[in-house]
Design a protein around this ligand. Structure first.
Ligand SMILES: Cc1cc2nc3c(=O)[nH]c(=O)nc-3n(C[C@H](O)[C@H](O)[C@H](O)COP(=O)(O)O)c2cc1C
Length: 173
């Protein structure tokens, strides 16, 4: 279940380590580990907000200070942002598509682990994912893609349970 506004405290170092273990346990055909995670918190949230605002300014040079400040503020929707990077590469053995699916699975593992540890999350894409200059600014190399910008933090108030998925009747022969 996604929560759009999350509050401090952010996950501590021990929790982040568990999140990385969960992510790293994703099914990974060929053991390529086609992902990377970049954690922003504290001053890092400010940096990410600045990258978002600079990206908006590139896209829309007429953007005024108010809209730039609004854009910067979006990074404060959680006390921690984890950018999930897909490192999917053309390969003769493992299709790029499978590498992307693996990265998605790693992200979902991370989300499930965060929820199990009592934290809330929201998987966003964000305009940074479509701006090569912004991607470079946060340390991505050419060919890297943003699979998700994961906002993570404590829940402002208890949230209800997610709707269970519907299971089709099982036929037993
Ligand atoms: C790959 C991916 C990208 C997403 N990007 C965004 C996004 O940029 N902005 C947004 O509001 N929701 C985005 N979502 C949807 C939210 O993560 C979430 O699914 C939605 O708010 C509904 O909440 P729920 O799935 O917990 O019911 C994305 C989901 C996925 C899987």
């Amino acid at each position: 279940m996604s929560v759009g506004r999350l509050v401090a405290p952010a996950p501590g170092e021990d929790v982040v380590k568990k999140l990385m273990q969960a992510a790293g346990a994703a099914p990974d055909h060929g053991k390529l580990r086609p992902w990377r995670f970049i954690v922003f918190e504290g001053e890092g949230i400010k940096t990410f907000g600045d990258v978002m605002a600079a990206s908006l300014k590139r896209k829309n040079p007429a953007a005024d200070e108010v809209s730039l400040a609004q854009e910067r503020k979006k990074a404060e929707r959680a006390p921690m942002i984890i950018v999930a990077v897909a490192l999917a590469r053309e390969s003769t053995k493992i299709p790029r598509f499978e590498q992307l699916l693996s990265t998605g699975a790693a992200v979902q593992n991370l989300l499930l682990a965060a929820h199990a540890l009592g934290f809330g999350t929201m998987w966003r894409t964000g305009d940074v994912a479509f701006d090569k200059e912004a991607m470079k600014a946060i340390g991505l190399a050419p060919g890297d893609e943003i699979a998700g910008t994961i906002y993570i933090g404590s829940l402002p108030q208890p949230v209800g349970r997610a709707q269970p998925a519907e299971a089709a009747p099982v036929s037993r022969g």
